[in-house]
Design a binder for this molecule. Structure first.
Ligand SMILES: [Zn+2]
Length: 907
């Protein structure tokens, strides 16, 4: 699954520690299994018959599950939630009826089948007839209304199949599924596999579609969708060296959107063969459908053969932002990678979830680098890694391979540690063992576990066989998988008699205010770039002790970068003189290495070992870069200094200085995309415009964007809404500023445009603009609007994120939360609940603010799925921010600002 990252906050939560408290309740003599099901029964196959009209409120189903009783039993535990079981017919291996009753255990999602007498070990059949309401929180089988149309679709991962049918809802159970869907004749219905048959009801109102038996799948990969969909048949993907038959490929979107699927289909047709070549395994299923759902809780979901996306992530039209093309490619690469990593080979339990998500994240970057080098996938991966490092620097972080008990642990496992840290560890190991050996190991792992399950231990054993590193491979992997935290590698160089010796030492990187022990040890492959004259070379060393010395090949280097190619999951520290030599050589570094250098500065600042004025002194060296990520790398830390340390007049002086630093570049870029310009130019414009207009609030930048936003909303005299009148890449900010500066008329125009639009991407931009209103009455109206059905569940986050981004709104939004907590929580999908404390923590940076947040959420935390973890991390982040602020001396900053007045007044 790909989570939706908005700003720096995942829609789902950050994480925190912990094993969920035992929440088991007694059922007869046995305990209701809230975590793993007991090893009594194994499902062998399912037949699912679903009758559903998306225009109705409920659907009906029949689930026949063939089950092997592993031992004599009086009961079988499985899962069902908010399902009404009308009838259960159980029968033994000879087809004789078994007397049985069913009981749903509260809202735990556990279903108990109790037999009247002990049943010996054998194969039995459980035949359930049931009904349920379509889910309202985008889980299980849920529905979305679009005007007069209604659509039903599924989202099962991680534990929501139980809303759609009675199920053994755990990833270790992989079985074939036979699915049939009975739907209104005018609707289209699709499922994981190809359609094999169709019959009509006698009254001509319904049709029943049957689909080919699936390959063995876990319940979380089952998918189907019903509604008046547009279906676009693409050219089948041609056979190749590993796949003998053409592969049918289709795009599916809500009525009227079929024409926007072209780019997604083109990218899929390129990505599938790439993974076949890399993995040596043919695409595992009988067809590939890409379906854009009009509302969706995550970014996309890798259902076998039927990938479902939030439609804004899949559709492209002529008004789409340039970065959407790259976005569609990236998300497609991630979900298609999962067809091998996750679907073909599946994790047995959620503690190994990283095998799915880290693999897909790592492989997505790899495919992108191969097929679209201009997308700079290395830089994207690096930004993701640095974001994960921020969580991983906290005491309340979790390990990649964290024990998982209850549902909260399962939902919060989908975090930056699982995705980005996991991918970073794979990339680091790949760099260390070499691409060819790594690929051989990955191929062997997939081949050994195809259509079955694979665990971390399986992967480590298989990789070790091919890596050529002996037992060190396992030590490296385990030290990162089973231990939280980011290593801090201190490097120093000693040259004598023409021979260089490298001394490396490791501790745990800890920002000021994080009260963990620095004494931790990893087995870290440390690759170092050594510069000599005009050239450089990289050498790798395996650091396994607290301190070690290594001989360096070649003459004494002029400078060193202790993270060559930026592949290491660690931060580094150098003596001041070495740091100065490295900074002076920064133009010789590759772009990812420049980003690692910026990260080293930022991390040193967080540890309290780099002063604010020194950080500001470093900014101009990055500002001129043509690489957007590098040119803007120090923005977050600049803003932190500006907001947390600088007094009012120093703050204004700093803003004038930074605006001047970037002003000439921004003017050179202009405020509109030019035909044929490079993607990096567009991306830099978007980043700089956002920084100058919404963060620094430079009047000239705000005026330029406001004019575009007003034109888009028809407030420039035209009277017609036409969002194409704003630059597509600047639309979000242009609308926000137009609404902020335009008062009630602009708010009303944006709301009308929002309610009239069927374009999900534009609706996100419009609803965020409403949320960003800073006039108190309008901001209040926006908060309440987010709770009405006129805002879709998946749109709420855009509204509230924009609302809380504005400092002027935070106090009122906090008061509002007191009165509306229950209403807000009830609308949020399970993923989003753990993120609620973080959402309302934006801008907090004092011990009192941390205490206030904790005092509010602590008594309510049991109502938020995964909330404990989200709250613990949020409170720790606030306290860390507060400690850093208290310990830094702000006075040199005043002197620095006075000495760095811009050459001219800001425009
Ligand atoms: Zn994923």
């Amino acid at each position: 699954m790909l989570m939706r990252v908005i700003g720096a906050i995942l829609l789902l939560a950050f994480t925190c520690l912990g094993v969920a408290a035992a929440r088991a309740a007694a059922a007869g003599s046995e305990v209701v299994p809230d975590g793993k099901l007991p090893q009594v029964a194994t499902p062998l196959a399912y037949i699912l018959d679903i009758t559903a009209d998306p225009r109705a409120d409920r659907f009906e189903g029949r689930a026949r599950i063939r089950v092997r009783l592993e031992q004599a039993a009086t009961r079988v535990w499985l899962h069902a939630q908010r399902i009404d079981v009308h009838q259960l017919v159980a029968s033994d291996a000879n087809g004789r009826a078994l007397k049985a009753t069913v009981q749903l255990h509260g809202d735990t999602g556990v279903l108990e089948v109790r037999f009247a007498a002990r049943v010996p070990a054998q194969e039995i059949l459980l035949d359930f007839r049931y009904g349920a309401a379509f889910n309202a929180e985008l889980q299980g089988l849920y529905k979305v209304r679009l005007g007069d149309d209604a659509y039903a679709m599924t989202q099962m991962e991680p534990v929501s199949a139980r809303y759609a049918f009675p199920a053994f809802d755990e990833p270790r159970f992989k079985t074939p599924f036979d699915i049939s869907l009975t739907v209104p004749v005018a609707d289209v219905a699709v499922a994981n596999t190809r359609q094999t048959g169709q019959t009509k009801s006698p009254d001509g109102q319904w049709k029943t579609l049957s689909f080919a038996t699936t390959r063995p799948l876990p319940t979380y990969l089952v998918a189907f969708a019903i509604g008046p969909w547009d279906v676009v048949e693409a050219q089948p993907i041609a056979p190749n060296a590993v796949r003998k038959a053409p592969l049918p490929l289709r795009g599916i979107a809500a009525r009227g959107n079929g024409a926007k699927l072209d780019w997604a289909l083109q990218t899929a047709a390129a990505i599938v063969p790439w993974f076949e070549d890399y993995s040596g395994q043919p695409y595992p299923f009988d067809k590939l459908d890409l379906l854009g759902a009009p509302d969706f809780s995550a970014g996309a979901m890798e259902n076998a053969g039927l990938i479902i996306y939030r439609d804004a992530e899949l559709l492209i039209d002529k008004q789409s932002a340039a970065e959407r093309y790259r976005g569609v490619f990236n998300i497609n690469a991630h979900e298609i990678a999962h067809q091998w990593y996750g679907d073909l080979v599946t994790v047995p339990w959620w503690d190994d979830l990283w095998l799915n998500e880290a693999f897909a994240t790592w492989a997505q970057a790899k495919a992108t680098l191969a097929l679209h080098p201009e997308y700079d996938a290395e830089l994207g991966a690096l930004e993701g890694r640095q974001w994960a490092m921020a969580s991983d620097s906290l005491l309340s972080t979790r390990k990649i391979r964290q024990p998982i008990d209850g549902r909260g642990d399962i939902e919060t496992a989908f975090d930056g540690i699982t995705y980005q840290k996991g991918a970073a560890v794979l990339a680091m190991v790949e760099r260390w063992v070499g691409e060819d050996r790594f690929r051989a190991g990955m191929r062997a792992y997939l081949a050994a576990h195809a259509f079955g399950s694979g665990s971390s231990n399986d992967l480590i054993a298989t990789l070790a066989e091919h890596a050529g590193k002996g037992a060190a491979l396992a030590r490296v992997m385990r030290s990162f998988l089973d231990q939280a935290g980011v290593p801090l590698v201190k490097a120093s160089l000693d040259c004598a008699d023409g021979k260089a010796t490298l001394a490396l030492a490791q501790t745990r990187h800890l920002p000021l205010g994080v009260m963990a022990s620095t004494r931790a040890q990893w087995s870290v492959p440390v690759c170092v770039r050594f510069g000599r004259g005009d050239g450089s070379d990289a050498q790798c060393f395996l650091l396994e002790q607290a301190q070690q010395q290594f001989a360096v090949a070649g003459a004494c280097p002029d400078w060193l970068l202790p993270n060559a190619d930026a592949r290491g999951y660690y931060r580094f520290e150098l003596a001041p003189a070495d740091f100065a030599r490295l900074t002076a050589a920064h133009a010789r570094l590759r772009a990812p290495e420049q980003l690692v250098l910026a990260d080293a500065l930022d991390a040193a600042f967080a540890r309290g070992s780099l002063a604010p004025d020194a950080l500001l002194d470093a900014m101009p060296a990055f500002a001129d870069s043509g690489v957007p990520q590098v040119a803007t790398a120090l923005f977050p830390r600049y803003l932190w200094i500006r907001r947390q340390l600088a007094g009012a007049s120093t703050g204004l002086a700093l803003d004038a200085w930074v605006a001047d630093l970037y002003d000439a570049r921004m003017r050179g870029l202009g405020w509109r995309r030019q035909a044929g310009e490079a993607g990096t130019v567009t991306a830099l414009r978007r980043r700089l415009a956002h920084f100058l207009a919404t963060e620094v609030r430079q009047p000239a930048a705000r005026a330029a964007l406001a004019a575009q936003g007003r034109a888009a909303l028809g407030l420039d005299g035209s009277g017609t809404v036409d969002l194409a009148r704003a630059d597509p890449d600047l639309l979000d900010d242009a609308l926000k500023i137009a609404v902020q500066d335009g008062g009630a008329p602009a708010y009303a125009a944006a709301q009308r445009a929002f309610e009239a639009s069927r374009n999900t991407a534009q609706r996100y931009a419009l609803v965020a603009a409403l949320g960003a209103s800073t006039e108190p009455a309008l901001a209040a109206r926006a908060r309440d609007f987010g709770l009405t059905p006129r805002v879709q569940v998946g749109e709420m986050n855009y509204l509230y994120e924009a609302q809380l981004d504005e400092p002027a709104n935070r106090a009122a939004a906090w008061q509002w939360l007191h009165a509306h907590f229950d209403a807000l929580r009830e609308r949020l999908p399970p993923f989003a609940q753990a993120g609620l404390p973080a959402r309302f923590a934006v801008g907090r940076c004092s011990m009192a603010a941390a205490d206030e947040l904790a005092a509010f959420f602590t008594p309510r935390i049991k109502d938020l799925i995964g909330g404990e973890r989200g709250l613990a991390q949020t409170v720790e982040r606030i306290r860390q921010c507060a400690t850093l602020r208290e310990q830094l001396d702000a006075r040199p900053l005043d002197e620095w600002a006075a000495a760095h007045r811009p050459r001219q007044a800001s425009h």
